[in-house]
Structure formats: C-alpha cells, structure tokens
Ligand binder design. Structure first.
Ligand code: C2E
Ligand code: CA
Ligand code: CA
Ligand code: CA
Length: 283
C-alpha cells in the first residue's frame, strides 16, 4: 500500500509539473495573442420571456471572449481566463473585450435599426475593478466608441464583490456613469441573498445549474421562484441562464423570469452571424 501511495505521489508531482508547464505556455502565448489579434468576441442573445406565451424576442446580448489559436483552434475561456487573472493580463484582455463589444454594438445600431440589441452585457473580473480609476477607463471607452452608458451592463460575480467594500465603492462609481450591473451565476455562492442588498445590482442572472434541473427537481424550481420574488421586491430584473429545452423555457417563464439565455435560442455567435440571427424571419 505504501509503494502504491508513493507511485501516486510521483504521478501527482508529474501532473503538477505538466500543469505548471502548460500554464506557462498559455501565459506566453496569451500575451502574443493579445498583440496579434487572435482574441475575438462572440455574442449570445438574451431574449425577453413573454409571460403571456407570445414570441420571445431579443432583448440584448452577452459578450464572450474567444481565442483563435494557430495550432489548437478555438480555445474556450475557462482555459485561459484563470491564467490571465493570475498573470495580470486580465486587465488588458478585459479592456479589449469591452472596447470591441462597444464598437460592434454601435455598429449594429447603425446597421440593424429596430432589430439591434437593446443591451450589451460584458463580464468583469476582480482585477479590473482593482485598477486605479477604472470607471475613468470605462468612460473613455464609451466616449471613444460612441456607446451609450445606459445600454451597457457589466456582469460581476458575488465572490468578486460581496466581501469587499473597495469593490463596492468601484461598483458605485460605475453606476454613476449610467451603466447597469448584473450579478452573474446567482445561487452558486455562499451568501447569495446578502450580496443582493450589499451590491448595487439591477439584474440577477440565475445560474445554469438551477435552470438545467428545473424540469426534474421541485427543489430547484422553488429556489428559482424565491430568487425571482426577492429580485422583484428589490426592483431587480432576472435572467435565467443556460436554457437548453423548450420545457425549461416554459418553467422559467411560468416562474416569472424576465429574460432567458441559452442554446435553445442561440449559441454565442460571431458579430456577422448575430446580425443574421437578429434578422431571421419571425425573430
Ligand atoms: P458566464 O459569464 O456564466 O457565461 C455563460 C457561459 O455559458 C458561456 O460559456 C456560454 O457559452 C455558456 N452557455 C450559454 N448558454 C448555454 C446553454 O444553454 N448550455 C450550456 N451548457 N452552456 C451555455 P463560455 O463562453 O465558455 O464562458 C465561460 C465563462 O468564462 C463565462 O461564464 C465567464 O465567467 C468567463 N468569460 C467569458 N468571456 C469573458 C470575458 O470577456 N471576461 C471575463 N472576465 N470572463 C469571461
Ligand atoms: Ca456572464
Ligand atoms: Ca453566468
Ligand atoms: Ca459561469
């Protein structure tokens, strides 16, 4: 048993070395990717859920970053956002995504008129909020791109914000610009209800784990319903994340969620494909 344990330790150490090496590779390549234009932004529609059973129509989009790697193809964010946070690249990456997304949004407004999305949601990382005068950076990006502040919604997670009064101060500075805030992945943290009143958020995004179990689990439906009620009574709107089936859409609509997002409606799409999706007949 001792020898087997020793072998396991050796294997574990090898795995750790491999992971550290891979991490270094990613860091180096990510630096280059930012400079070489390998990062790009895709957009997933967020639809308004009509309680009367009418057609769900597009309300906005969420910007999600992608990396077109010359060898590995499209790399999903979970493989590099963590690394970017640890090595300090997340601020440059975050500014890139925000500016790119604002430019695309303003472009759709010109190109699509009434069909253009109403709201642009962009994900924020903790380190971005720690930057000196980040609200100033956001204001400059808005001015430079012609983006209207009230069309921009920044998404934060509760782990990022709930315990930290500095962060809360930063969030108030952002709100003073006229932008809105969403609390992302709601329900996955440890103090969810408390963060709702601590943070100046306008929208609560109910995590996909609740939505995906909503058909089969009474328990999860009850938690969604309670979240919606609390949000409503605090004057916040709600988005159900990760809707994959028509049955899930029916459940969250019945539970009075305002908006929904998920593969049922659309996958995250490159800018041109989003424009085509918005123009589709019957949309
Ligand atoms: P998130 O903010 O919770 O984004 C939603 C994720 O769920 C996206 O994954 C989206 O593609 C995926 N998704 C949407 N609908 C469905 C569905 O019906 N089923 C399933 N299974 N998944 C669905 P993605 O694009 O891989 O992003 C993962 C996470 O990476 C994001 O989670 C966010 O935390 C982070 N991220 C992405 N882009 C950025 C960014 O620009 N900045 C920062 N800081 N984080 C980002
Ligand atoms: Ca998000
Ligand atoms: Ca989320
Ligand atoms: Ca998530």
């Amino acid at each position: 048993a001792k020898r087997a344990g020793g072998a396991r330790v050796v294997r574990f150490a090898a795995e750790m070395r491999e992971r550290a090496a891979r991490r270094n590779d990613i860091e180096l390549e990510l630096r280059q990717a930012l400079q070489n234009g390998q990062l790009f932004v895709v957009y997933q529609p967020v639809v308004a859920l009509c309680a009367d059973g009418g057609t769900d129509h597009s309300a906005g989009v969420e910007a999600l970053v992608r990396w077109r790697h010359p060898v590995r193809g499209i790399v999903p964010p979970f493989e590099f956002i963590g690394v970017a946070e640890e090595c300090g690249l997340i601020c440059a990456l975050g500014d890139f995504v925000l500016e790119r997304a604002c430019r695309d949004f303003v472009h759709w407004q010109g190109e699509l008129g009434d069909l253009a999305p109403r709201l642009l949601a962009v994900n924020l990382s903790r380190a971005q909020l720690g930057q000196q005068d980040w609200a100033g950076t956001v204001a400059r990006i808005l001015a430079k791109t012609g983006m209207e502040a009230q069309r921009l919604q920044l998404e934060v997670t509760e782990s990022l914000a709930a315990q930290d009064t500095d962060v809360q101060q930063r969030l108030h500075e952002l709100k003073a610009l006229g932008i809105t805030l969403a609390l992302d992945d709601f329900g996955t943290g440890y103090s969810s209800l408390a963060s709702l009143h601590l943070l100046p958020v306008d929208t609560v995004k109910i995590d996909r784990s609740f939505v995906s179990q909503s058909e089969t689990s009474h328990h999860h439906r009850v938690l969604i319903e309670a979240t919606v009620k609390v949000a409503q009574s605090l004057g916040m709107s709600t988005v159900a994340e990760g809707i994959e089936t028509a049955a899930q859409a029916t459940v969250v609509r019945t539970l009075q969620c305002d908006k929904g997002q998920g593969y049922l409606y659309a996958r995250p799409l490159p800018s041109e494909d989003l424009a085509a999706w918005l123009r589709r007949p019957g949309g």
